[in-house]
Design a protein around this ligand. Structure first.
Ligand code: MG
Length: 221
């Protein structure tokens, strides 16, 4: 897919869970001692301006009818990584972008303890908007304002300096277990303020120096 001017061919999307203290608290979850990660499929990916499709299977069932926004800083892998040391992380990053980890929250709760790590709730089609561009030169990815507006109202507002596990550590940790391939997308977790979205809502996710990712929610046909 093309994000801004850069074409990438991701083999996977890896997302960090509970990587901001305030978000772990709002979820009544423990602060992790080492990174928690899960995968999203490339079926989730859409660009800025494309609709997030609210699935009818959720909409029509009150017990699972909740879908949340989670704004996250993501980075794109440049070179194949296995057993990479934190100090050399910059050699393996193509650039930075914005990612929305859209989550079927009630389904995620239902799956807790059964289906960890939440594959079903995280992987509906279109549940991974990304963009609007990949910024290759980022002076300090750990000091960027990050914000999400829902219909013009600020819902999430934080700074990437509050990430528990920083990008060098994340690359070192993940690459111990999984080979990261060029184009792979790593999302670094969401700050607090997550909440529900509904059909017709307009989401604007912004990160300083990267831009704004805009997506409207529509109900599945
Ligand atoms: Mg997330």
């Amino acid at each position: 897919m093309k994000i801004g001017n850069i074409e990438i061919f991701p083999t996977k999307i890896i997302c960090l869970g509970r990587n901001y203290v305030e978000h772990a608290k709002e979820m009544n979850s423990q602060i992790p001692k080492e990174p928690i990660f899960f995968c999203k499929t490339t079926n989730c990916l859409i660009k800025t301006g494309e609709p997030i499709i609210y699935p009818r299977i959720l909409y029509e069932n009150n017990e699972i009818n909740r879908v949340d926004h989670e704004v996250e800083l993501a980075f794109i892998i440049k070179n194949k990584c296995k057993n990479i040391k934190a100090e050399v992380y910059e050699d393996y990053i193509l650039g930075y972008t914005i990612f929305l980890d859209i989550t079927a929250r009630e389904l995620q709760k239902q799956d807790r303890g059964i289906n960890l790590p939440w594959y079903r709730s995280k992987n509906f089609d279109t549940f991974g908007p990304i963009g609007p561009q990949i910024v290759e030169a980022c002076e300090d990815p750990h000091d960027l304002k990050i914000e999400l507006k829902l219909n013009g109202e600020v819902k999430q507002s934080s700074n990437t300096k509050f990430m528990i596990f920083k990008i060098p550590e994340i690359i070192e940790y993940l690459s111990k277990y999984i080979t990261l391939e060029p184009g792979d997308i790593i999302a670094t977790g969401t700050p607090s303020g997550v909440g529900p979205i509904h059909p017709r809502d307009l989401l604007k996710a912004s990160i300083e120096n990267i831009g704004t990712l805009t997506n409207r929610v529509i109900l599945e046909d």
